[in-house]
Design a protein around this ligand. Structure first.
Ligand SMILES: *Cc1c(COP(=O)(O)O)cnc(C)c1O
Length: 408
């Protein structure tokens, strides 16, 4: 046996003993409020409360048709990166639509939000810059910062307590330390999730903007769980906070990153939306854009359609909000501890990771699909069941969720 094989066997044994082994569920048919799982070789109908299909667009007939048509019109792809011969007109159309939706000058698409974030800091930062990050930021932001500081020596980094803007270990403290640091001679960057994916809490973007202005910092917001969800038109957490100038421009946020794999179609893909200058720099210098293929055209077309539908039918976003309000009230009335928040993420804290996983297994037997998250996705001792609400749910679905939780 190789050293690797025995080391990995040991890890797997440990995970199984600790009850931390993850089983991947298989779904038959499209994502929706009600789905069919294949469990022990047999189909089982369950209610899905763990997808990011917030607007119920993953299987919308127009979204499916747009993707199918693009596949017929353009084939599978270009077999090239964008700057050689890899750009189809649906890519530009999608990027214009994203920019319009976000209220930015321009946008650029990527195969995932992970890749979009990974492109941002290594490309835009230079030695002498500092990147200041919320401690609960998504893994891809953390990795993007690690990559930037590794490949360009002299890029600095700092972390502040989740959503703490003033006082000890706060964003202000980090900004002040950056100002006083003689080695920080370049740009200060501040980066945050718009909606924190495990908490369902949101970043205080107006206060962060003020702080960034005070320290001449660029503000980067990854709003993967906010796009399609937050604000009256679902444009994101900035819309929720009223940070949209004159109703059309999001000039108060310097750079957005986001996913097309959640509310906005649910297929795959990510984007950066920002000034033309930022987008041009990513096109000229970004390694994921220079050395990796474009978003498949079928996905570009279905994502474009999903955003069009979201803009055309704000009642979908409203329906999601109504469902979220209903679910939170019901959960609270059922005696569950849920944070008050306008997001579609309702975590129920159960502390112990093995317990969270066992509870989600039991819920599945009851026909409710909710995932238990524990270490290392969340901090040790903070394991939780994360319930995610969708516009596709009915009040009966939500009642069934709360009923099953009560049975545990
Ligand atoms: C889901 C998520 C991502 C990853 O999105 P993909 O498009 O699946 O790569 C990135 N950032 C945040 C904040 C997310 O919630």
């Amino acid at each position: 046996m190789t050293y690797f094989a025995s080391r990995t066997d040991n890890l797997f044994t440990q995970l199984r003993t600790d009850g931390l082994w993850k089983e991947l569920q298989t779904i038959q048919g499209p994502m929706d409020a009600e789905i069919t799982l294949i469990r022990n070789g047999k189909p089982q109908k369950v209610l899905c409360f763990c997808s990011n299909n917030y607007l119920g667009l993953a299987n919308h007939p127009e979204v499916v048709e747009a993707g199918t048509k693009a596949l017929r019109d353009y084939g599978a792809g270009t077999a090239s990166v964008r700057f050689i011969c890899g750009t189809f007109s649906p890519h530009w159309e999608l990027e214009r639509t994203i920019a319009r939706y976000m209220g930015t000058q321009a946008s650029y698409s990527f195969v995932s939000a992970w890749t979009a974030n990974e492109a941002v800091f290594p490309t835009l930062c230079e030695p002498g810059d500092i990147i200041i990050s919320d401690e609960l930021n998504h893994a891809c932001i953390i990795d993007s910062i690690r990559l930037a500081t590794t490949i360009k020596k002299g890029i600095h980094k700092a972390v502040y307590r989740n959503n703490v803007l003033e006082g000890e270990k706060s964003l202000r403290a980090a900004l002040q330390a950056a100002r006083e640091n003689k080695d920080v001679t370049g740009q200060i960057w501040v980066v945050t999730d718009g909606v924190f994916s495990m908490e369902g809490s949101i970043a205080d973007l107006p206060a962060m903007r003020k702080l960034c202005d005070e320290y001449n910092a660029m503000l980067v917001v990854d709003d993967s769980h906010g796009h399609g969800v937050m604000g009256a038109l679902g444009r994101g957490t900035h819309e929720h906070w009223g940070l949209i100038d004159g109703g059309t421009s999001s000039g108060r946020i310097d750079i957005f990153t986001g996913t097309l794999g959640k509310a906005l179609g649910g297929g795959a893909g990510g984007f950066v939306a920002a000034s033309q200058q930022v987008i041009d720099l990513l096109i000229q210098r970004g390694r994921p854009t220079l050395f990796s293929n474009a978003l498949p055209v079928t996905i570009a077309a279905s994502a474009q359609k999903a955003i069009e539908i979201t803009m055309r039918e704000p009642q979908r976003v409203q329906r999601l909000k109504d469902n979220v309000k209903y679910a939170r009230e019901k959960l609270k009335a059922g005696g569950f501890d849920v944070l008050p928040s306008p997001t579609a993420i309702c975590p129920i804290i159960v502390h112990d990771t093995a317990k969270a996983i066992a509870m989600s297994k039991r819920l599945l037997d009851l026909g409710i699909f909710v995932i238990g998250f524990g270490y290392p996705v969340v901090a040790e001792g903070h394991a939780r069941l994360r319930c995610q609400i969708s516009a596709a749910h009915t009040t009966q679905h939500i009642d069934a969720l709360v009923g099953a939780l009560k049975k545990l």
